[in-house]
Design a protein around this ligand. Structure first.
Ligand code: NGQ
Ligand code: ZN
Length: 452
């Protein structure tokens, strides 16, 4: 039982909320209630967010690519470094890094994650004995840390637009449609032994890493969703696809893919007005990763047009260069202020920017991960985050300003507790397995980087 002085229910604050949780779900929700002995007492309760896009292994190289080399650094030079780095990762390392990442996500207020997983084989491309070896490592890290996992198995067949062959580090990603179907079968088998809220989805990596024919064939076989895909992140990607397929990537997807609520389009950074309107109308969610998009020099998403078109969005930490829910939402809003030279952009009508960002990401994240979360309501998973409104960053604010304070004035240190499907993993601001997970990661970091 959880008792909260204040809880965000149906978009409004309710006082003295008492939640009963059974089998991971909220079964009773009372407001104006009294706390009973044995209740876990918290200050301010919000639905915890879904982190809809992560490549957990990239966390291990955070901070290592911020050094300007001769010439011009870009997304593409970063990607070369990332490919070189991943050549050293063993299954044990992949699991230890994922555990670190999931602990950090839970401590930041994310109760679930969409792990967009494309690292499938050994260095050089030789498969492991089990096709799903590395996927199982991710699942193991998720169940050990208690984060809710939507595992997105990635099809990555080509090194670039127009069926360019895979090369170098990319060989670890390689699958034909045929081998991919074997992989996903093995992943689904593994998921049977995972916690009940584990979901398996599919993810053609991007238009440049697949082909129109394979996409069509794939969707005919595994059409259920969730379906995630990178789209239009970099201008060069837009140009390459246009040269190859004759239209811009989002326009091509609108014309050729059965886009609807099952789909999550990652980045969608570079869209023209027609693409924006069409994608919003399709019902697909855009997966925005503002910290990574800034870090990699992708450019700002056009949030103002997207909201005006009625589009849904969620947030993801993508490269995991920094894992912070409040900073992710803050960066999203600030990217819009810098782009439009305005303030308070990410609200379609009027109201608290923080609350609109937060609730938008809650709904869009739930849709993208196909997870029964995103609101404090009977029948929803108990994905919850408690924050401390007596913290110096919040104590001067009234209730309607608290989420603004969390996102714009505070930091993740105001988080006290996080539950994922009722699993109480963060208490007093710390994940219950933090020490053990950090210890293991330090060992991995040591063995990964001392031989450099
Ligand atoms: C990814 N990163 O999937 O991790 C990509 C780079 C690739 C972003 N799109 C890898 N931000 O393009 O092959
Ligand atoms: Zn990505």
């Amino acid at each position: 039982m959880i008792f909260a002085k204040r809880a965000l229910i149906d978009g409004r604050w309710s006082e003295n909320a008492r939640l009963t949780i059974a089998e991971g779900q909220i079964t009773v929700l009372e407001t104006g209630a009294a706390a009973l002995a044995g209740d876990t007492l918290v200050d301010t309760l919000l639905p915890a967010l879904a982190n809809l896009h992560s490549h957990s292994f990239q966390r291990a190289m955070a901070g290592m690519t911020e050094h300007r080399a001769a010439g011009r650094d870009s997304f593409w030079t970063w990607r070369e470094m990332m490919y070189r780095f991943l050549g050293r990762l063993t299954p044990e390392m992949v699991e230890a890094i994922a555990a670190l990442v999931f602990v950090e996500m839970l401590e930041a207020g994310y109760a679930s994650v969409g792990e967009f997983h494309y690292l499938h084989h050994q260095s050089g491309g030789t498969p492991y004995d089990r096709p799903a070896e590395l996927s199982l490592r991710i699942m193991e890290a998720a169940s050990a840390t208690g984060i809710g996992l939507t595992h997105l198995s990635v099809l990555y067949s080509y090194g670039g637009a127009g069926k360019a062959p895979l090369a170098g580090g990319q060989l670890r990603f390689a699958n034909t449609l045929e081998s991919y179907l074997e992989l996903i079968e093995d992943v689904r088998l593994g998921a049977k032994a995972a916690p009940h809220d584990t979901i398996v989805g599919i993810a053609p990596h991007s238009l440049r890493a697949t082909t129109p024919e394979d996409l069509t064939a794939l969707l005919a076989i595994v059409g259920d969703g969730p379906i995630h895909m990178h789209i239009a992140e970099q201008p060069k990607e837009v140009d390459d696809i246009t040269t190859w397929l004759g239209t811009r990537p989002v326009a091509w997807a609108l014309d050729n893919l059965p886009l609807d609520h099952r789909w999550c389009m990652i980045h969608a950074t570079h869209m023209n007005d027609a693409e924006t309107a069409g994608l919003a109308r399709s019902g697909a969610v855009v997966g925005l990763c503002p910290i990574t998009e800034a870090n990699l020099g992708d450019g700002p998403f056009n949030g103002r047009s997207w909201l005006a078109a009625g589009g849904a969005f969620g947030i993801g930490s993508d490269s995991n260069v920094r894992i912070s829910l409040s900073e992710e939402l803050r960066t999203l809003e600030y990217s819009q202020r810098l782009r439009h030279l305005e303030r308070n952009v990410m609200v379609a009508d009027v109201g608290s920017v923080g609350l609109h960002l937060y609730q938008g990401a809650a709904h869009g994240g739930a849709q993208a991960l196909r997870r029964n979360c995103g609101a404090i309501a009977v029948g929803k998973l108990a994905d919850l985050v408690a924050i401390d409104s007596t913290h110096p960053a919040l104590c001067a604010l009234d209730a309607d300003q608290i989420v603004d304070g969390f996102i714009f004035a505070g930091s993740d240190t105001i988080i006290t507790d996080v539950w994922s499907a009722g699993r109480h993993q963060v208490r007093g601001g710390r994940h219950i397995a933090r020490e053990a997970v950090h210890r293991r990661w330090r060992k991995v970091a040591h063995s990964l980087f001392t031989a450099r």
